[in-house]
Design a protein around this ligand. Sequence first.
Ligand code: TSJ
Length: 687
Amino acid sequence: MEEQHQYNANDITILEGLDAVRLRPGMYIGSTGQKGLHHILWEIVDNAIDEAANGYADSIDVHIYKDGSVSVEDNGRGIPTDIHPKTKVSGVQVVFTQLHAGGKFDEHNYSFSGGLHGVGASVTNALSKWLKVRVYKEGKVYEMEFHSFYDEAKKKYESGVPVAPLKDLKRKTDKHGTFVHFMPDDKVFATTNFQLSTISNRLNELAFLNRGLKITLTDERITMNEFKGEEDDEENVQLDLMGVTQPYSVTYCYEGGISDFVLHLNEGKAKLFPAPIYYKGEKDGILVEFAIQHTNDYTENLFSFVNNIPTPEGGFHEMGFRAGITRVLNDYARETKALKEKDPNFLGDDFREGLTAVLSIKMKNVQFEGQTKTKLGNPEARSPVEGCTSEGLHELAANKDFKKTFDEMIKKAQGAAKARIAARQAKDTARAKNSIDSWTLVGKLASCTGRHPEENELFIVEGDSAGGTAKQARVRQFQSILPLRGKPLNVEKKRIDQVLANEEIRTIISALGAGIGNDFNVEKINYHKVIILSDADQDGFHIRCILLTFFFRYMRELVNAGKVYIGMPPLYKVYKQGGSVEEYAYDDSELQEKIDKVGRGYLIQRYKGLGEMSAEQLWKTTMDPEHRNLTQVTIEDAVAADNMIATLMGDRVDGRKEFLARNANFNKEDAFIDRVKLKKENSDEEK
Ligand code: TSJ
């Protein structure tokens, strides 16, 4: 146990040393897991970013070494090296050994440094096995090293102790800047493995947020080729061609700043105007910067940041931003007579349909709240952000170069408002339909007769013909059949009103009888198993994804409650002439097994679709609770389907190709059946 110290409240910040950090790392960096590990890197990166934000540096290099250590270098002024009059040690030593030392030097700078915890570089030092710093300043090179070790005499762990005072290397240089290299202490962290993707994503984001700043990331742990997933070629290894032995390296630099960020977010989407709207302003000591571009999507994508820290939970700055947009665009709609005198104003939501925006603000004394501490809790931020947003948009709206852009935004809002009104009507209708006992009224649905939802099953079957077979095959008592004609509506691309206007979707909703969206109540469902039955081909797979996306978006509770299933029809029948034996294989690996089981003289039938099966076969293989093969859909499956639909149906053609190649191995199946055929021919020869 540590000695108990008697601190006086005023002394705490002074007396509290690196020991305290070591003792309770979680207090300073949140956790000692992956997140905490990366946090000590961000503390260092933040300092370099600050130097750049203050206009003294324009380049930052982050390097991950083979031994797991990392370094950060900027080309700024270099940490002050002179001896601090009070403490009698160099500025460098103060920065790395005193908690919250950053502020001492920051006083005269317009700086919003701090980060999420804002604890400074000394915390990184305290939690590192060793840390080396090199400062290039006024033609000189300085070096200092710190280390952590177990002190036998004191019987305690010492952290971040200077090995020697700051040393002038007596070397001439024209370089200026700061280089910090450290090894996270494996006695502190559960893992010391830095994640390349985490680091590159964050550095990319920082490059977007700091216009023109060049950030390079190098990871010596992997080569360029390994990163790309390419095989090393013997000849290339020898010649060191094509990045075979070059470490992975990437540079991020955006002259367009957050406008480029928005363009990046909208890549591959259909944009309503080519160039994002951009504005930067300041009010009451708060810097506000935003970029906006609408797409033909229906959802809002707002990415907000406070002092370069993402705030996905929103907060007062987002409220101000949205209010500003709504105010100015409504004014503009009035002025341009897009809204007539008698028309009500657009709602905020109408302007948010298809909106992609990045909002970046800088302010002091930030308060983060919310479940993940990523929500801005400063109420005083709201009004200045709203002010800047409306001022900026107002200014741009008056510029005739932006007339087209603003008119497009109004047009989009008009569409959204129309849909909003229609949606309410459609929803009311759907609600009214649900309130009567509707489940025998549903058009194409072949209802079961039993009235016990826990026992009842709803089969959603691809195609009228398979639907017909399923109706013949079912046990009327507890199995309902809903045939789907063609492909159901892809809900991802539609607004709720269009979703609800679709007949097949309405049939599903009213058959289930539990409402939709926010009104969905899983307690009211008429079926405790909803079974999707589609063909084992591309179309069938697609239909399944579309249905899962629908359930995911509009009846998530149904998925969460584990009530959605995928029915698995067999792919093959292995049998003998005359029908004395028949076995069914549900996947390719099972096929060989069944072939062995049936033995010599076997025949194979491959089912291309549900429609090829007789009622008896469909019952035996797919519907009979005793023998069928159901897969329960998890929420992860539904999310995956949702993502797939976004890629498959979206505007990104590349994504679609890649997706099909990865997920639909239907061609492989064909290759397999060819192989089996060949074998079969051989086995016939044997006879
Ligand atoms: F985190 C850190 F401290 F280790 C660190 C600081 C790491 C890295 C990579 C860079 C830096 C850093 C600090 N870069 N630039 C600075 N600048 C100053 O500390 C500095 C220099 C000059 C003056 C001045 O008033 O002359 C003031 C400051 C704060």
